[in-house]
Design a protein around this ligand. Structure first.
Ligand SMILES: [Zn+2]
Ligand SMILES: [Zn+2]
Length: 227
């Protein structure tokens, strides 16, 4: 499972790093040593993410653990998109509060400084976490599959959204159209220009997918002018 996570990382970060270099030539030209560090930390994270994922995948296949289902008729069809939203919202909530906690000075130095050592981050920073931080992230989806029913295809959708947003939020430019980012709906969603601001100013914009918690708690400072 660790190998799969690592392969997914190389495929997604590699793809968006390549697109970044074509879209914005020279964007990260002088960040070679930093990108190598990002890749090294990300591979350590892949090893950590792989362990609970592997246990859950085995338990699901061999032991019938988890609430992952394969028969579309097991739940009403409308539940399929709802389950994706529930997973993303639960993940976002967990991320927001653990992320805010990791910005306390002592915890920051121990767990989160690695992620912020990327200045500015690149597509390779998607999984560039200290092992302690990787642990906090690695348990979320494996815990949710025991609690919230989800069709295996929809779980794939959740993982795809997680992967693509994790990478693109760090690549330093906005891939979504201005019309969406600046729309009413865009005001609730996190894309590159929102997370970029977190990396610029640290004490704001803590969310992962949605701006719900940031807006509710007054930590939303809006979009970065630089992405
Ligand atoms: Zn980040
Ligand atoms: Zn942070």
């Amino acid at each position: 499972m660790t190998a799969i996570v690592a392969a997914r990382y190389f495929a997604s970060s590699g793809l968006f790093a390549w697109i970044s270099a074509r879209r914005v030539p020279g964007i990260h030209d002088r960040l070679g040593p930093q990108m190598r560090r990002e890749i090294r930390w990300s591979l350590v994270s892949a090893a950590i993410f792989g362990i609970p994922a592997g246990v859950v995948a085995w338990g699901w296949q061999e032991r019938g653990w988890t609430r992952i289902y394969e028969d579309w008729s097991a739940y009403p069809l409308w539940y399929a998109p709802v389950s994706v939203f529930l997973y993303l919202f639960a993940h976002d909530t967990w991320f927001y509060w653990t992320h805010r906690w990791m910005h306390r000075p002592k915890v920051f130095r121990a767990m989160h400084a690695v992620h912020h050592a990327s200045r500015p981050p690149t597509a390779w920073a998607a999984m560039s976490f200290h092992p302690y931080e990787a642990l906090t992230g690695a348990v979320v989806i494996p815990a949710l599959v025991f609690l919230v029913p989800i069709h295996v295809t929809m779980l794939g959708v959740v993982l795809a959204v997680m992967t693509v947003m994790g990478v693109t939020n760090h690549m330093g430019w906005e891939m979504f159209p201005r019309r969406l980012v600046h729309s009413k709906l865009g005001g609730w969603l996190i894309t590159a220009s929102h997370h970029q601001r977190h990396h610029e100013e640290y004490r704001c914009n803590y969310g992962l997918y949605f701006r719900f918690w940031d807006r509710l708690c007054g930590t939303d400072r809006g979009l970065s002018p630089n992405a």
